[in-house]
Design a protein around this ligand. Structure first.
Ligand SMILES: [Zn+2]
Length: 467
């Protein structure tokens, strides 16, 4: 897995009730706005099919948790979009709190209240934002809510999105005419979390992504068709899984939503995230709703990790699914580990005539059996009974007990594992058994016998040693 450059970049979208400010670098398309990176023009969006969010309802009006959950569920339930918001639970974390930012300098990261953290934990919370006008920026007074989104400045991949409702304003959950509606604003803000930008056209007042809030307005709880088109535009393909994986081939699957226009798809694959190979482009049709698509790939190397993703394209644009991986079946990989001698006491003393022979075996997806070779020379001569290491794709630890070893001897051993693709031998290792040692202690039993007086007896191996 290649680590993409992860750059701490913040853009803030502000929902204003009187000021027009759009801090997105955005491109107008159809009837919605998609956020894009400044340097590459890539769409800023989640590159995973779902994202978990946490709520800190403290400071919000009663019913805030339910209102926030309903807001995010509204986006999840859009059938033409693949994206899913998952509720992860309550949190005590905050996004921005002016009381935790005494110097009132946003984005300097010198106070815990500066911004939410780019910690991969998406939070939605309520708190006081700065109500002091600084640097003649009147937004300080007029921001109802803000969304801080961290994304990769080249690929547009979103890492974290934190939403804060500014409780310097009055919020309500019951549609009060004198307060802002939590669910309406949370729906708008979570639209930003998905990459949709603010709209300010006079004809766009009915859209959830309209950039001004109005007291008592609950209409933004419900998505306008343009809001729905926006999220369907962004999240119209999703990489599935690899099935029928063999040592040389696999079936790659995914889902594509043509959403009414002719859509093609292909899969890119390769041993790195640069991919390098692709399947031929096929049609996913022009229907509405998601269709499951797949392509078979062949000519793969055995026992190798491959990356793959779906690429869906329409006339004017292209959408990349999340990177996924598969491992082809292959011959096992066996590694010998140090043996563990078993020490025990007998009448003749401490010895080690037994040992556990240890190893790790990666079956590479195929039923794999193993045994140990061992003996007094590098040519071994003895083998343990065959045992099973399963058919997984991860190393498993295996161990076999051997007994009847000679004392004070050096033994050679190694692991041997076999499956339908081939065999693997671990390196030869050695271990030594101990020379029998006499008991380190003896018992002197003194018996005061009636006739003969004190008589010493021989040691008894069952005795407890003296302390
Ligand atoms: Zn907004």
């Amino acid at each position: 897995m290649i680590n993409q450059p992860r750059i701490k970049t913040v853009f803030i979208s502000t929902l204003l009730f009187s000021m027009l400010v759009c801090t997105f670098f955005s491109e107008r398309s159809l009837a919605f706005v998609v956020s894009k990176t400044e340097s590459t023009g890539a769409e800023i969006k989640w590159q995973i099919p779902s994202e978990t969010y946490y709520v800190n309802a403290s400071g919000g009006p009663s019913g805030s948790l339910s209102a926030v959950q309903a807001a995010l569920q509204t986006w999840t339930e859009v059938p033409s979009s693949s994206f899913v918001f998952l509720y992860g639970g309550l949190t005590e974390k905050v996004c921005y709190d002016v009381n935790l930012d005494p110097d009132h300098e946003r984005g300097t990261y010198d106070d815990p209240g500066d911004y939410g953290l780019n910690d991969g934990l998406n939070i939605i919370c309520f708190g006081h934002m700065d109500n002091v006008v600084e640097n003649d920026d009147p937004d300080d007074l007029h921001t109802l809510a803000e969304n801080t989104i961290w994304y990769d400045r080249y690929s547009g991949k979103i890492y974290d999105s934190d939403i804060q409702m500014n409780i310097n304003f009055s919020y309500a959950t019951g549609g009060s005419a004198s307060s802002y509606d939590v669910q309406s604003l949370a729906t708008h803000e979570s639209g930003h979390s998905l990459s949709l930008g603010d709209l300010y056209g006079a004809s766009e007042v009915e859209k959830t992504m309209y950039g001004y809030g109005t007291k008592g307005d609950i209409s933004k709880r419900t998505l306008h068709q343009d809001d729905i088109d926006g999220i369907a535009y962004l999240y119209f393909s999703i990489t599935g899984t690899a099935t029928s994986v063999t040592s040389a081939s696999a079936r790659l699957s995914g889902s594509v939503n043509p959403n009414g226009s002719a859509t093609n798809y292909l899969f890119q694959y390769g041993t790195t995230t640069a991919y390098g190979s692709s399947t031929s482009s096929l049609s996913a049709g022009s229907g509405t709703g998601f269709v499951t698509v797949y392509s078979d790939i062949a000519g793969l190397s055995a026992g190798t990790l491959y990356h793959f993703r779906i690429v869906a394209s329409k006339a004017t644009r292209i959408a990349y699914g999340e990177d996924m991986t598969l491992i082809t079946q292959g011959p096992p990989e066996a590694k010998t580990s140090p043996a563990t001698a078993i020490k025990f006491s007998s009448a003749s003393g401490v010895t080690s005539s037994s040992a556990h022979l240890n190893a790790t075996v990666n079956p590479y997806g195929i039923n794999t059996s193993y045994y140990f070779e061992y003996g007094l020379t590098p040519y071994f001569g003895l083998i343990t009974p065959s045992a099973q290491a399963g058919d997984g794709y991860a190393e498993v630890q295996v161990s076999t007990l051997v007994t009847g070893l000679n004392p004070k001897s050096t033994y050679y051993f190694r692991i041997s594992a076999t499956n339908a693709e081939g065999s693997s031998y671990g390196e030869t290792m050695t271990f030594s058994t101990m020379k029998p040692r006499p008991m380190p202690w003896l018992r002197l039993l003194l018996l005061d016998e009636e006739q003969t007086g004190v008589v010493p007896t021989s040691p008894d191996p069952n005795d407890v040693p003296p302390r």
